[in-house]
Design a protein around this ligand. Structure first.
Ligand code: KIV
Length: 273
């Protein structure tokens, strides 16, 4: 049964997210990259599942999100969609698939939608990609923006530190958020920016603002599942709350299995034909 924490079992739409903001209901968003995990996340009642390009880090072991390809994102998104009944599934457009020009961006966006059957896409950036954002929206594809610490630009930033602390960057972020809303985006993710600034953006925009490291005064929260379940090690930003220590749970279970195999305790009589 999808969504044991929610009463409304209907498929979540971008319109429903807009209503949630209007009604003051918080939006829960979490990443997933595969079928089995997506089934669990959806079954728990998640509103939005993000097939993040953080798959590049947590699935493939890359240092940044830059190497993941369009084909790889489509593979992850397809797997997630097969496991989801209720949540809105948003797929990241990977680095290099929308920055060249609007035509290429639309072609790649259409490929993701056609092949993965996801519900919407997420793109990083504001004014510098607005032409492409408008062209993809004109093709009928819903877009979630992403501002602040945009990991596809990590080589330009040179650091994963909090963004938009300085006035000029904060002003540009607010202007970019408005541009994305005016273009027709259905939501904006704000990553690792001061809580006060995120609060300002959330209060100025009509569309939902989803935060990661952006404080509690926004319309919803997103985390990377491997981080919040405690599967990843050594990634300890201040904003991350760990809801489980799955790394330990898995290590203990795997250790028990190894011991049982070595001690000839697995399989037992009931576990064979
Ligand atoms: O790729 C991702 O997981 C993301 C979230 C951190 C917002 O973009």
């Amino acid at each position: 049964m999808a969504g044991y924490l929610v009463e409304d079992q209907r498929k979540v739409t971008t319109h429903r997210l807009f209503q949630m903001k209007t009604e003051g209901k918080k939006i829960a968003m979490l990443t997933a990259y595969d079928y089995t995990t997506a089934q669990i996340v959806d079954g728990a009642g998640m509103d939005v599942i993000l097939v993040g390009d953080s798959a590049s880090n947590v699935m493939a072991g890359n240092i940044t999100t830059l190497p993941i390809t369009l084909d790889q994102m489509i593979y992850h998104a397809k797997s997630v969609v097969r496991g989801v009944k209720r949540a809105l599934v948003v797929c990241d457009m990977p680095f290099g698939t929308y920055q060249v020009n609007a035509t290429e961006g639309v072609q790649n966006a259409i490929r993701i939608m056609k092949e993965s059957h996801c519900d919407a896409l997420k793109l990083e950036g504001g004014e510098e990609i607005i032409k492409t954002v408008k062209a993809i929206l004109a093709a009928g594809i819903p877009i979630c923006g992403h501002l602040g610490l945009t990991p596809q630009s990590i080589n330009k930033f040179g650091t994963y530190t909090v963004r938009a602390r300085e006035e000029a960057e904060a002003k540009k972020l607010v202007a970019d958020a408005h541009l994305l809303e005016e273009a027709g985006c259905f939501a904006v993710v704000l990553e690792k920016i001061p809580a006060k600034l995120a609060e300002q953006v959330a209060s100025e925009l009509k569309i939902p603002v989803i935060g990661i490291g952006a404080g509690g005064a926004v319309d919803g929260q997103v985390l990377v599942i491997d981080d919040m379940l405690g599967m990843t090690k050594g990634f300890t930003p201040k904003f991350l709350r760990r809801y489980a220590d799955l790394s330990q749970v898995m290590t203990d279970a795997i250790g028990d299995y190894i011991r049982d195999v070595k001690d000839r305790k697995f399989p037992n009589e009931n576990e064979q034909y």
